[in-house]
Write a protein that binds this ligand. Structure first.
Ligand SMILES: C[S@@+](CC[C@H](N)C(=O)[O-])C[C@H]1O[C@@H](n2cnc3c(N)ncnc32)[C@H](O)[C@@H]1O
Length: 279
């Protein structure tokens, strides 16, 4: 009998993210917010900050683009927006749970490739390949050559995502390709880098929103669960602490010590909007 495929923790994290985002912030985007000067960093403004982010990307879609491949389209919310603007958009969505949302939002207006980008198979070519906060999930040594192959003659690639900086210490926030190494690699590709916008300052406040949510919602729930377990099921609680020692230590470092915030994000990460033209 074939072994059942294990569920990917990162993907489940995104699936949970969309449930929480819809419930608490009335949004279906899975990307950071773009916090312009004057916009108070408050959960009531998450929606507006995420709309700003969407507008920022829209404003950097090169002129003449008609067809777009939205790689890692999340809930499909941004794909829906681009469709409404008149672009033809196809989506790549490896998560079956997220794909349900994508289908609901884009209907039959898009082809949805239900696989990792690495495994896409299509004869189609696109004017733009878009990675809106999905770039970090895919090795760029695969995603960039593949994108060049899937582009029309005068096509472009737009990446909006955060990268890792080479600094001392351990980042409480995971994810992101090494920026220097990526630049070095990308400089050798048959592409012209026409835009490189550092938007770390404008995106970092999103992490303070996450910190606020964790501190005021998830941490008290987590503590209450262990309070009940320690008192009512001490042996089970002891077993859990032993079995998940490493995971609980990570949770403690990342969330309970409140190290996940805008300041640590800006120290360890660098968020960029990059646009490339095929040469
Ligand atoms: C943070 S969400 C961003 C969603 C959306 N682009 C947005 O801006 O709201 C990351 C997305 O990357 C997708 N993803 C993860 N690994 C992927 C892979 N190997 N290939 C394609 N997409 C991937 C996830 O399923 C998810 O849709």
């Amino acid at each position: 009998m074939s072994k059942k495929k294990k569920v990917d923790f990162k993907e489940i994290g995104l699936d949970i993210g969309i449930i929480l985002a819809r419930q608490f912030y009335k949004t279906e985007y899975l990307h950071y917010g773009y916090w312009i000067d004057g916009l108070e960093v408050d959960s009531s403004n998450v929606h507006e900050a995420q709309e700003n982010y969407a507008q920022l990307i829209l404003s950097h879609i090169p002129e003449g683009v008609k067809t777009i491949l939205d790689v890692g389209c999340g809930s499909g919310k941004f794909a829906q927006k681009m469709l409404d603007k008149g672009y033809q958009v196809d989506c790549v969505s490896p998560s079956p749970n997220l794909t349900k949302h994508v289908r609901r939002l884009v209907g039959d207006r898009s082809e949805i490739f239900e696989c990792g980008y690495e495994d896409i198979y299509t004869e189609k070519k696109y004017d733009l390949i878009l990675f809106s906060e999905s770039f970090q999930y895919i090795p760029y040594r695969i995603s960039m050559p593949l994108s060049i192959k899937l582009l029309n003659k005068k096509g472009s690639i737009l990446v909006c995502d955060f990268f890792r900086k080479k600094v001392e210490g351990t980042s409480p926030i995971g994810g992101g390709h090494d920026l220097e190494e990526y630049y070095e690699y990308a400089s050798k590709l048959p592409l012209n880098n026409i835009v490189d916008l550092d938007i770390t300052k404008e995106t970092a406040p999103s992490i303070d929103i996450v910190d606020d949510f964790l501190t005021n919602t998830m941490v008290p729930i987590y503590n209450l669960i262990f309070y009940v377990l320690d008192n009512n099921y001490p042996k089970f609680a002891k077993f859990l602490r032993w079995k998940f020692k490493k995971k609980l230590k990570k949770i403690d470092y990342k969330y309970l010590q409140r190290k996940t915030n805008a300041e640590s994000f800006s120290r360890f990460k660098s968020y960029h909007l990059l646009v490339y033209e095929k040469t």
